[in-house]
Ligand binder design. Structure first.
Ligand code: IMP
Ligand code: MG
Length: 188
């Protein structure tokens, strides 16, 4: 039972007084992810890349992305926390789970759900650089270019979106709504 007043229809999700409306359909997400998988398969032909997913948000994107990669690849996870349950970043990142894989001399593809300020990616880059990987590239399903505060380059971008709060397909609001098959945006 949800603690707050919630209403879900095909057209919107109402969480208390906040209304979320559809932004990216399941079909649109899957089409784009297929393209990204194909691109990565070509770029890493004859290499053995290791995908490093940033938990929790990236788990669904990483799963679908890997299903569309047709070369050998490996995976591991990082777990970061910066948001707590709020919609705006607290500005400090905590490492909650370290990597288990040995990544020295490896070709790494960091997989994020969404890049907002770029703080998380900047923090991750600093950690990964210490292990001397052969290469590091970044993939993010969503990027908010207008929110970027750090100088980061995302090599594989699903969609660029406005500076708006989104949920679904791995992305949460107070830990919920990750299980939605498409992405919804908070309407003003
Ligand atoms: P950054 O460190 O500011 O780039 O924020 C990245 C992290 O913040 C993402 O991995 C998400 O977990 C979270 N985040 C940023 N924007 C949103 C959003 O619109 N909805 C849900 N989570 C978000
Ligand atoms: Mg995240």
């Amino acid at each position: 039972m949800p603690e707050i007043n919630e209403k879900k229809t095909d057209d919107f999700i109402l969480v208390g007084t906040e209304k979320f409306v559809p932004m990216l359909s399941e079909d649109k997400l899957q089409k784009r992810i297929k393209e990204l998988g194909k691109q990565i398969s070509e770029d890493y032909k004859s290499k053995l890349p290791i995908f490093i997913g940033v938990l929790n948000g990236s788990f669904m994107f990483l799963a679908d992305l890997m299903k569309n990669v047709d070369i050998h690849c490996e995976m591991d996870f990082f777990k970061l926390s910066s948001y707590g349950d709020a919609k705006i970043s607290t500005g400090n990142v905590k490492l909650l789970k370290e990597l288990n894989a040995d990544i020295s001399e490896r070709h790494i593809i960091v997989v994020e759900d969404i890049v907002d300020s770029g703080l998380s990616i900047t923090y991750i880059k600093k950690i990964l650089d210490q292990f001397n990987p052969a290469s590091i590239r970044y993939a993010s399903l969503l990027v908010k270019p207008r929110s970027l505060k750090y100088d980061v380059k995302i090599d594989y971008i699903g969609f660029e979106i406005n500076d708006e709060f989104v949920i679904g397909y791995g992305l949460d609001y107070a830990q919920k709504y990750r299980n939605l098959r498409s992405i919804y945006v908070l309407s003003e």
